[in-house]
Design a protein around this ligand. Structure first.
Ligand code: SER
Length: 320
């Protein structure tokens, strides 16, 4: 790949992925973009940046032409919780944005497209423990509906046009740089920030809620490893399960107490509980392990230690 366009470069994953891909492929070769939010200084100053709306195909096409883009990474999405507040917005951004990305990539004969999927493709009919790669996909959120449709659409472009489209079903991603925006798994990030800032957290899902999760360094590694995998060896394309950890909120609180014994937590479940309950506890990622060598590095305690250290330093410096 010579020129990579990242759409959604100010989001939780997009902002860190921009910097990772700039390290791998060179600053000038990774164009960051977003609809209207200003990117971090790091993203803005280290390489090219563009404002445009992916739901406008002509604007997307013009940016790709301007830079000679041959790979698009589409991280723009409306997540599960915000999607339930505004289902039409979720449909518009997640579906119309995606079809524009696929069409522009097809027309311009691009080398690769990365379209993220999510554990939100699963629903109440999916086995709770180690959700299989091939299983019932009947989600109950608009976000999940768009992600199932997105996986099918991506596979259609692979089959029909021989376009190289890849994607992972991201679990809840935990990070300390850019906050997630409007997902159900956001509690697993907020708990660390609130622990450092206030020593306590009020959680919007119950203590026994258990979901698949992953620390950002593993998420970045999984993304880059899949992008660099040999396409001819892939049997799946846009729907890889990737597992790393699975824990309840009570287990997270216990992990935090190993480093902050006075940490307190209370529970006030809201509408997001039903979304969390519709997703599995863990996923079976054998396909990702076999087809492109996926292997996570972080477990709960290693992540907790790192999160509290990094967030603690930011807090001391008055950055949060
Ligand atoms: N983190 C997402 C959400 O909670 C799941 O992919 O919506």
């Amino acid at each position: 790949m010579k020129k990579i366009l990242i759409i959604g470069a100010v989001g939780q994953i997009g902002s860190e992925l921009t910097m990772t891909l700039r390290n791998v492929y060179g600053n000038e070769n990774v164009i960051a973009s977003t609809r209207k939010t200003l990117p971090s200084d790091k993203v803005k100053e280290s390489g090219p940046f563009e404002f445009f709306d992916t739901t406008n195909r002509e604007d997307l096409y013009n940016v790709c032409k301007k830079y000679g883009v041959d790979c698009i990474v589409n991280m723009a999405a409306i997540l599960s919780a915000v999607g339930e507040q505004n289902p039409m917005l979720a449909w518009d951004v997640n579906m119309n944005g995606l079809i524009n990305v696929l069409e522009v990539a097809r027309e311009m004969q691009m080398k690769q497209v990365l379209v993220p999927s999510s554990i939100a493709v699963f629903g109440p009919g999916t086995p709770l423990d180690k959700a299989p790669q091939e299983t019932v996909l009947k989600p109950t959120t608009m976000y999940g509906v768009t992600k199932v449709a997105g996986e099918l659409l991506a596979d259609y472009y692979v089959r029909k046009y021989n376009l190289d489209v890849r994607g992972l079903r991201y679990p809840g991603i935990i990070s300390n740089e850019t906050l997630p925006g409007g997902g159900t798994t956001d509690y697993a990030v907020a708990i660390y920030f609130e622990a450092v800032k206030h020593g306590k957290y009020t959680c919007f899902v119950k203590e026994d809620t258990r979901l698949p999760m992953m620390y950002m360094p593993d998420c970045l590694k999984a993304t880059v490893d899949l992008m660099q995998a040999d396409f001819s060896k892939l049997k799946h394309h846009s729907d890889f399960n990737v597992g790393a950890m699975s824990f309840s909120v009570a287990e997270m609180a216990d992990s935090i107490r190993k480093y902050m014994p006075n940490f307190q937590i209370e529970y006030k479940p809201d509408f997001r509980q039903a979304i969390a309950d519709s997703w599995p506890d863990s996923v079976d990622d054998t396909a990702a392990r076999n087809e492109w060598g996926w292997k996570p590095s972080f477990n709960l305690d290693a992540m907790t230690q790192d999160m509290l250290k990094v967030i603690g330093e930011k807090h001391k410096l008055g950055l949060i």
